[in-house]
Structure formats: structure tokens, C-alpha cells
Design a protein around this ligand. Structure first.
Ligand code: AKB
Length: 316
């Protein structure tokens, strides 16, 4: 690759691992990591790092010009649970950052954009099982409304201005390297930390709350695959459904008990229960599989193996 990549929100849960994967693929100096605050020293030292507020157009434009950026991955966002507490902040961050990169592409200052959408674009009136690519979408959260609106704008900028923007609807992403912040699916990470540390977990969702989930390695692969695919294969310019597995808290607890037999789970659902109840339980991602060859690798027990093996040294 001749020119360089900019990652906005590089210090977050997905941004951190995406930065590492892209640096491994293209070379450290080709990938400029940025965030509104400093992150892990390793990420800041393994290649160029800049402090950027993704809502500041001029700040992004300066870096784009200075480093000759051609691709931007916009990973900065306020997730579902936090955005319910700070609706206007969530809306402003999620929308203004997207317009900034879409407008940079419209003005031909960058060539390609990755922007993550989410299963949160769906709402209580959406079919819950095997949710189709195109279906009823009446999101009931600030985050979901911002992602659905963002999808419409991505398609509009592609059709109207020829902007090469690519997007996937992430399910809950499970990882051990960087903690998530402010999501409804975060329990599926916290549970592993608490299982290793205390052998018990109090879950903020009830035991039967089934949600679509995915291991980080699969999510990173999907992100890099969709960005590497020839433009004509990306037939959907709003956002692709993307699926791996679905499980509920009882099932993840049972998977953990195969390795930590004494582990117990109890339930104290809070405001996040209503958010989870408004989302699909499983996703039909046939379009992503057909158009650009998406395939996942990790099932629930494989994720549990990875999580426990990588986290156990933290909790001796
Ligand atoms: C959240 O829980 O808000 C996110 C998501 C599903 O987009 N992980």
C-alpha cells in the first residue's frame, strides 16, 4: 500500500486490535493511530500516534494532509448504554465524526472509509430471529438511531458523490486485550474477568437474554476483509449484517463452568435489559457471506478457551 491509513478512536476496544492488525499487515509507519486521549504505551509507541477529537474537521484534515492519508477507519463512538445517559453528546459524537470523514471523501481528500454500524440499528418491531439484511428498523436507543441515520448517510454519499464507504453491523464483540466501555453487550467480557477473579458474577441482563456475539479476531478479519474487497463486490453501501454466534448469560456461564466448575452467576437486570430486549437474537448475514466471502471461525467454547487462557495470568 502506497499511502497511509488513519484510525480515529484507536485506543478503544476494537480500535486497539484493529490498529495492531493493520500495522502487522501494512507496516507500523503506514498506520496512524489517533484518539481523543492517550492509550496503551505499546499502541502509542509501535507507530505514529496523534491526539485527535473526531468531531473536529480541521484536526482530522490536518492529519490527513500531513501524513498523506488515503483510508480512514472511524472507530470513535459512544455506545448504547452511555448514549442513553448522555443523548446529545452521543448523537453529536456519532454523527459529527461520520460527517467529517464523509465530507473529506466527498472533497476527494481521502479515498476510502470504514465506519462501523451495529445490531442496535434494529428495534423492538424487527423480527428477532435470523434478522434479515432489509427489514423493519425502528431503533429505540440514541445509539441505534445514530447508527441507522449514519447508514442512510453512508448510502447517500456513495450514491450521490461516489464516496467509497464500507460498513458492517457489529454484534457484541468479545475480547481480552482492551476493555469495552459503555455497551450493553459488555457483560460478555466482564463475566470472564469476574469468573477468574471471584468465581462469581452478577449479570446486569437476565439469564435468557440471547444476543448476537462475535470474537474479536473474527470482527477484525471481517473489517479488514470488507476493506480489502474489490469495490464492485461491495453491493451494499449502507451496512452489512454480520453474524457469528448467539448466546445468553446462562449459556456463557455454562461454557465457563466447563473450565471453572465452581463459577456461579446471579442476575440483577438494570436499564440495559430494555436495550438488549429491543435487539435481535440472531442475524441473517447471507449478503456479507455471498458478496465478499465473510466466514466466522470462533464458537462459544472456542471464545471461552481464548478468554480464559489469555486472562488467567492477570488473576493468579
Ligand atoms: C453495544 O453494546 O452498545 C455495542 C454494540 C452491540 O454495538 N457492543
Amino acid at each position: 500500500m502506497k499511502s497511509r491509513i488513519l484510525i480515529l478512536g484507536a485506543c478503544g476496544q476494537i480500535g486497539t486490535e484493529l490498529t495492531n492488525a493493520l500495522r502487522e499487515k501494512y507496516g507500523n509507519h503506514k498506520v496512524i493511530a489517533s484518539d481523543i486521549r492517550e492509550g496503551e504505551p505499546e499502541l502509542m509507541q509501535s507507530g505514529p500516534f496523534e491526539i485527535i477529537d473526531a468531531t473536529n474537521y480541521e484536526a482530522i484534515e490536518n492529519i490527513v494532509i500531513r501524513y498523506e492519508i488515503s483510508e480512514v477507519y472511524l472507530m470513535a463512538a459512544m455506545l448504547s448504554a452511555t448514549a442513553e445517559k448522555f443523548p446529545m453528546k452521543g448523537w453529536n459524537l456519532n454523527m459529527n465524526s461520520l460527517f467529517n470523514v464523509l465530507n473529506l471523501a466527498k472533497e476527494k481528500k481521502i479515498e476510502k472509509i470504514f465506519w462501523p454500524s451495529s445490531i442496535a440499528v434494529f428495534g423492538p418491531t424487527t423480527p428477532k430471529q435470523d434478522t434479515p439484511q432489509r427489514t423493519v428498523m425502528e431503533p429505540s436507543t440514541v445509539y441505534g438511531i445514530s447508527k441507522q441515520t449514519g447508514e442512510r448517510w453512508c448510502e447517500y454519499y456513495n450514491k450521490r458523490y461516489g464516496v467509497d464507504v464500507r460498513s458492517i453491523r457489529y454484534p457484541g464483540i468479545i475480547s481480552w486485550q482492551t476493555l469495552p466501555g459503555g455497551g450493553t453487550t459488555d457483560y460478555a467480557i466482564d463475566i470472564y474477568h469476574k469468573a477468574l477473579k471471584h468465581k462469581k458474577y452478577i449479570c446486569f441482563l437476565n439469564g435468557e437474554t440471547t444476543l448476537p456475539m462475535m470474537y474479536m479476531a473474527d470482527a477484525i478479519k471481517a473489517t479488514i476483509d470488507i476493506m480489502s474487497a474489490p469495490a464492485e463486490q461491495i453491493k451494499n453501501r449502507s451496512s452489512y449484517n454480520l453474524a457469528a454466534i448467539s448466546f445468553n448469560p446462562e449459556e456463557i456461564a455454562a461454557s465457563i463452568r466447563k473450565q471453572i466448575p465452581k463459577f456461579t452467576i446471579s442476575y440483577a437486570p438494570d436499564f440495559r435489559q430494555a436495550i438488549a430486549d429491543s435487539w435481535p437474537q440472531s442475524i441473517d448475514d447471507m449478503d456479507a457471506r455471498t458478496d465478499w466471502g465473510w466466514q466466522h471461525s470462533y464458537d462459544l467454547d472456542a471464545i471461552t478457551d481464548e478468554m480464559i487462557n489469555n486472562l488467567k495470568s492477570k488473576y493468579p
